[in-house]
Design a protein around this ligand. Sequence first.
Ligand code: HEC
Length: 215
Amino acid sequence: MLCPRQRLYLLLTAALSAAPLIAAPKERFVFVDPAAPEAASVRQPGEAAAAVVATRLITELTTALEAGGPEKAVETCHIKAQPLTNEPIPSLPQIVAVKRTSLRLRNPANAPDAAERAALDHLAALTAAARPPPGLLIQKIETDGAAAEWRVYRPVFAQPQCLACHGNPETQSPALRRLLRERYPQDAATGYAAGDWRGLLRLTVRPAAGNAATR
Ligand code: HEC
């Protein structure tokens, strides 16, 4: 039998050893209302960059599809999609990183980090509840001892021309199916219909100096 004092000690030890598990996480993510004044200097370049990158991707894809069909376009997407989405945008120096991610990935290299996962889960919950998605999400990531990181997310939807590679695999040519299987053995990015929510385009934005977001 333990005396009350021993029991208290054991309880305290248990509580202390559990403490690191319940301690605040190193990173905290919050979604910021896009209309909030502190988001203003982030929102505008984020929206502009999302438009530039989306247009770049669609133009590349359309040209490649027209030139050689989906089999050839996979080459373009495979080789170029990441550099293309990561290229700097000279007119928008505040954009420091660009990425595409999804809950159903083709390339595991596009897997979400924890903050992106929070944004994807938010969109997935809205989609499941048949609620309209926001045009964009703004997220602030706070890490102890570091300046806050700001991200702008734009939801990406499957359009008819996406379905050649992200639609029903049964409608793909055997050559395309083989190519996708070889390149992306863990491919989970098929079975979409036009209009389905596909994922997110993420832009990391450096707030303009002196703006509310930098404080
Ligand atoms: C010609 C085939 C093809 C077409 C058409 C296509 N994609 Fe993809 N998609 C790919 C390939 C290949 C990848 C993997 C790229 C990589 O390696 O990063 C990919 C990756 C993605 C990703 C990144 C997340 C992931 O799953 O790895 C998103 C988001 C995406 N595609 C959306 C779209 C949208 C939206 C369209 C239509 C506008 C589209 N795709 C059209 C082949 C295609």
